[in-house]
Write a protein of this length. Sequence first.
Length: 387
Amino acid sequence: MLFRSWAQTADAHWPDVARVPDHVGVEHLVVTRHALVRQVLTDPVTYRPDNALDAVTPVPVAALRVLAGHRFRLPPTLANNGGDSHPQIRAVVADALHPTRVAAQRPWLTALVRERLAAVGAALDAGAPVDLHAELAADLPLLVLARLVELPDAPVGAVKEFARAALELFWAPLDADRQAVLAAEVGRFHRVLREFAATGGGLAGSLRAAGHPPDVVVGALFFLLVAGQETTSQFLTLLLHRLAGEPAVRAGLRAGTVAAADVVEEGLRLEPPIVTWRRVATVDTTLGGTAVPAGSSIVLWLARAGRDPAAVAAPDEFRPGQRGSRRHLAFGAGAHRCVGDQLARMEAAVVVGETAPLLDEVTVVRAPWCPDNLTFRMPDAFVVRRG
Ligand code: HEM
């Protein structure tokens, strides 16, 4: 269940807190109810974020050697930092992603999406199938992020490969051969980040100026390059696919009775790209009546919490603006709540608004396929054709 959890979000038969062993025999406490997920996220004393980026398949010595060869280190910086340095690091990142800076990117992104859609339309007119993931979703978030936060001068393809390798290395069930390949990919890019962290401007420069050591600058860039673009890419693809199957919602968008922003919220609730997120219990405690020993891995089932009937009126239906629609926990909650939420929302609203009319004129050739992963959906493609 753990690695394909999105497939069971609507399954009625789940206790509030379930004990689920993983593929290597480690037991996790899977939290399924909105109120309990929120309780854990907002209680940093009982539940720390230290395990947020731990590899779910233990990394074997051979792959560790590969990482060590690249001098790979990932000290607590943002999502996995429950320490005193977290608020300061977060504040510098939040400045770079301030809502006014995000809003300023909207016209540029809208123009780029229109340009892309013109090319997509021409290809469809010529009878060709088009992969909307590749043409629209895959690189747009990275291009916007690069405008907000100075990034290493690496080709888009290299950053995407690194980010997806990191998501697989830390969150997928893997064998040792694959781990060695992924470790090499992640390690190589870590080296690029280390050089950039030492000399780069933008966010890297601000973190250095605030007195953060090189390891912390690398850690922040590492996390941002993964969390700040791959998540939104995945979400755009999942949302466009969902919207392709929701003609009434598209009709509402056309008629102006449904707002793109509400479609985005309902998308985050029903199709979150991050399906689970982890915490670790610091003390013996109880959660929803279940005993939680200190040290337990807590898997917060964000996707399931979004469908909790206690939080939303029609949990399994895509109804933009319905009561409870915005109460999803797709961005987490509490001290570590996503700092990129406004950026992701802006990007998704632009893409939905501009792309919805095209979805009226196409049929789906190939739905997205998602690999086994504890946390990230990672859709691979979404192919449509005219007609
Ligand atoms: C749809 C897209 C996205 C989703 C679903 C998402 C989801 C999340 C989640 C679940 C967390 C953990 C929250 C917690 O522990 O309570 C998180 C943290 C974070 N996200 Fe996002 N995220 C998205 C996009 C972005 C973007 C675009 C950026 C930046 C450009 C970003 C930057 C971050 C950062 C820096 C953190 C760590 C915050 C901290 O620990 O203080 N995310 N995100």
